[in-house]
Write a protein that binds this ligand. Structure first.
Ligand code: SF4
Length: 235
């Protein structure tokens, strides 16, 4: 169940979408350089956070949110990310992981792909305890500062609902949340994708496992993406 769902409307849709689009056009456009591609996620997130803060000015919404560091239940799902997000995560792995850590990550990726790729939703849910997000470490997100849009938007107002749904493997379980938080990030992300599409760049989402694997397998992933190559491949 979503609360405070009264913000829906064409004007706010338009503003959020156009802002996301403009961020992508700015950082991946003609004047964009490879080092700027990662700024799309950070700028898009900062913008969405700013809008959410404005919407929550009159209430302390953060006190309603049940999410805490070390609570891993929603990180069992296989999230989908856009190319600019894959670039940030892939570059983080290249810069911060040594060979052993990178090999461990690739093993986790292959394990998750084996249990989820081309599987039905029911089969994925059946396996979700064995397929935590590849960036979940010791119950916490190891890429928190650069986590994707969907992770920033997702939250819960009741941790018991998260635990119950995880235990019961109920993919239809209701998790109470604040509608506007998911909504703002969702529309900004759509705008970012449109901006990428307008530039002739790959814009479709991929599951985080295959997106990061593709990044690591490519000799020059950012430059390739900016040239319009389909760098990120499923499976
Ligand atoms: S990137 Fe971080 S927050 Fe997102 S699903 Fe993975 S561990 Fe969870």
């Amino acid at each position: 169940m979503n609360k405070s769902n009264k913000m829906k409307g064409p004007d706010i849709d338009h503003v959020l979408f156009e802002s996301g689009k403009s961020i992508a056009l700015t950082y991946a456009g003609d004047t964009g350089k490879a080092k700027n591609a990662g700024k799309i996620l950070m700028e898009g997130s900062a913008y969405a956070d700013h809008i959410i803060m404005q919407l929550e000015k009159s209430r302390d919404a953060s006190s309603e949110i049940a999410c805490k560091a070390g609570c891993p239940y929603c990180c069992s799902m296989q999230i989908s990310i856009t190319p600019p997000e894959a670039i940030v995560l892939g570059a983080h792995v290249v810069e911060n992981y040594d060979t052993g850590a990178k090999n461990d990550l690739l093993k986790k990726i292959d394990h998750n792909i084996r249990l989820t790729y081309k599987k039905t939703q029911d089969e994925k849910v059946e396996n979700w305890r064995e397929t935590p997000c590849i960036f979940l470490k010791g119950g916490s997100c190891s890429v928190y500062a650069i986590r994707p849009f969907v992770c920033r938007s997702w939250h819960s107002l009741d941790v018991r609902q998260c635990i119950d749904s995880w235990r019961s493997k109920d993919k239809e379980a209701e998790i109470d949340s604040l509608f506007h938080r998911n909504y703002v990030f969702g529309i900004v992300r759509k705008g970012v994708q449109k901006g990428c599409e307008m530039l002739g760049l790959q814009w479709e989402t991929q599951v985080v496992t295959s997106a990061v694997k593709s990044y690591l397998a490519h000799p020059n992933p950012i430059e390739g993406w900016l040239r319009g190559e389909r760098v990120f491949k499923p499976g």
